[in-house]
Design a protein around this ligand. Structure first.
Ligand code: NDP
Length: 447
């Protein structure tokens, strides 16, 4: 069977088995076809049917989370963990608390995570999880009770050498702190069971900053490779959460002007450059809405709707909010605004049609599984520090992060050059990430 026929067969089987799980099918559809040139050179993968093995998670756990709100009302949410692939290490990947979380979303995130983690070069397998619980509008006490109930069940399935979760949308330092506290209460102090912990509970310095900083380091490498830099560039960022805030900070430090940030209601456009201290205060301290930015910057503009409909010209787009925030129509608007690089801080923010448009219009596309790998990379460094009972300095972690992002960029670019063309960083990321996992799976036999 040819590589192409084999890929088509696995895709058709996956679509049939998972009808209705749109995000999961989208992730698999974006991934498998890019492997064709690699499979042409590695016929053993076709012979051993390894694509069917890799699209199937090792384990999928679903459980209910009962908790009591401040009025004394009993509530229940649904939670998931997909333990996708442990060939190269314990399952590793974040937890998402957002009302849209479902099996399809968790599967797509877990599938992507396998290859992202592989690209870091560190010993971490792929997993992901979360719940349809919405922390927005809940009191600290409600969030704590939810986290304690979540962990009471979840602790049966995780451990420092088994599965090491971290944060994602809706799960930051506050939630990880509560989850860690409950794990400790049930099992004793075991720092290596979660990452993204508060620094006082053995969290790593620079973990909070890592995904956003790493994203900008990835783009910096791509720019330098083309004799260019961030200096003087106009950057558009979506979101105003963890990834966005630290991407904005690093891009500004490197001389760019960041024009926007957003939340799920609308976006701020500030031609003078986003006032990051204010955004941090609104989002991290007050847990407010981005519209409140106007109270202190009346010359900025607030627009309801997607930031990607912005008409003003800019050079670099950093989507850092959520999946499928950019469809073909919005991608065309980005092209019309003159964007040259799209680098994904979020997971799968661009639809397949949007990616096709970037590639047709020679916009350099930096896929999330490579460009946003800095967060999980520093999580793996947090695991290393916890094992060694050591705490590294901020600068040491940041230097390691820079070097990991450089290596990821180089791996993507060199693999793209070998199997596709230099600018096809999507093919480069997919093949380089897949190669390490699949060769390890082969060495471990049929397990
Ligand atoms: P946060 O919860 O800190 O922030 C999410 C931001 O995105 C908020 O501004 C939120 O706005 C916005 N957002 C969420 N859902 C939607 C939606 N449906 N439409 C429009 N805007 C939305 O999450 P993170 O910053 O941690 O994560 C952002 C993205 O980065 C996700 O795709 C995540 O998977 C990815 N990622 C995160 C990593 C990490 O280390 N945290 C690592 C790698 C990837 P609002 O407040 O209105 O909901």
């Amino acid at each position: 069977m040819t590589a192409k026929a084999y890929i088509d067969q696995v895709l058709a089987e996956t679509k049939e088995k998972h009808a209705g799980k749109e995000e999961f099918i989208q992730a698999v559809e974006e991934f498998l076809p890019t492997l064709e040139p690699y499979l042409n050179d590695h016929t053993e993968i076709v012979e051993k049917n390894l694509l069917s093995l890799i699209v199937e998670p090792e384990r999928l756990i679903q459980f209910r989370v009962p908790w009591q709100d401040d009025e004394g009302k009993w509530q229940v949410n649904r939670a998931y963990r997909v333990q996708y692939n442990s060939a190269i290490g314990p399952y590793k990947g974040g937890l998402r608390f957002h009302p849209t979380t479902n099996e399809s979303i968790v599967r797509f995130l877990g599938f992507e995570q396998i290859f992202k983690n592989s690209l870091t070069g560190l010993p971490i397998g792929g997993g992901k999880g979360g719940s349809d619980f919405d922390p927005k509008g809940k009191t600290d006490a409600e969030v704590m009770r939810f986290c304690q109930s979540f962990m009471t069940e979840f602790q049966k399935h995780i451990g420092p050498d088994i599965d090491v979760p971290a944060g994602d949308i809706g799960v930051g330092g506050r939630e990880i702190g509560f989850l860690f506290g409950q794990y400790k209460r049930l099992n004793g102090f075991s720092a290596g069971v979660l990452t993204g912990k508060p620094v006082s509970s053995w969290g790593s310095l620079a973990r909070t900053e890592a995904t956003g900083y790493g994203l900008v380091y990835f783009v910096q490498n791509a720019l330098e490779d083309r004799d260019d830099s961030f200096q003087g560039k106009k950057v558009v960022v979506s979101g105003s959460g963890n990834v966005s805030i630290y991407a904005i900070q690093k891009a500004q430090e490197l001389g760019a002007t960041v024009l926007t940030c957003s939340d799920s209601s609308g976006y701020i456009y500030d031609p003078e450059g986003i006032d990051l201290e204010l955004v941090k205060d609104i989002k991290e301290v007050r847990r407010g809405r981005i519209k409140e930015y106007l109270e202190q910057h009346p010359n900025a503009t607030y627009v309801e709707g997607s930031v990607w409909s912005l008409k003003e010209s800019y050079d670099i787009a950093l989507p850092c909010a959520t999946q499928n925030e950019i469809d073909a129509k919005l991608a065309q608007k980005m092209a019309d605004a003159g964007v040259k690089i799209v680098a994904e801080g979020a997971n799968m923010p661009s639809s397949k049609e949007a990616i096709d448009l970037y590639q047709d219009q020679s916009i350099l596309y930096c896929p999330g599984k490579a460009a946003n790998a800095g967060g999980v990379a520093v999580s793996a460094l947090e695991m290393a520090q916890n094992s060694a009972r050591l705490a590294w300095t901020f600068d040491r972690v940041d230097d390691e992060l820079k070097s990991i992002m450089k290596n990821i960029y180089t791996a993507c670019s060199e693999t793209a050059t070998k199997y596709a063309e230099k600018d096809n960083l999507m093919a480069g990321a997919n093949i380089a990430g897949f190669d390490r996992v699949v060769q390890t799976m082969l060495s471990q036999g049929l397990v």
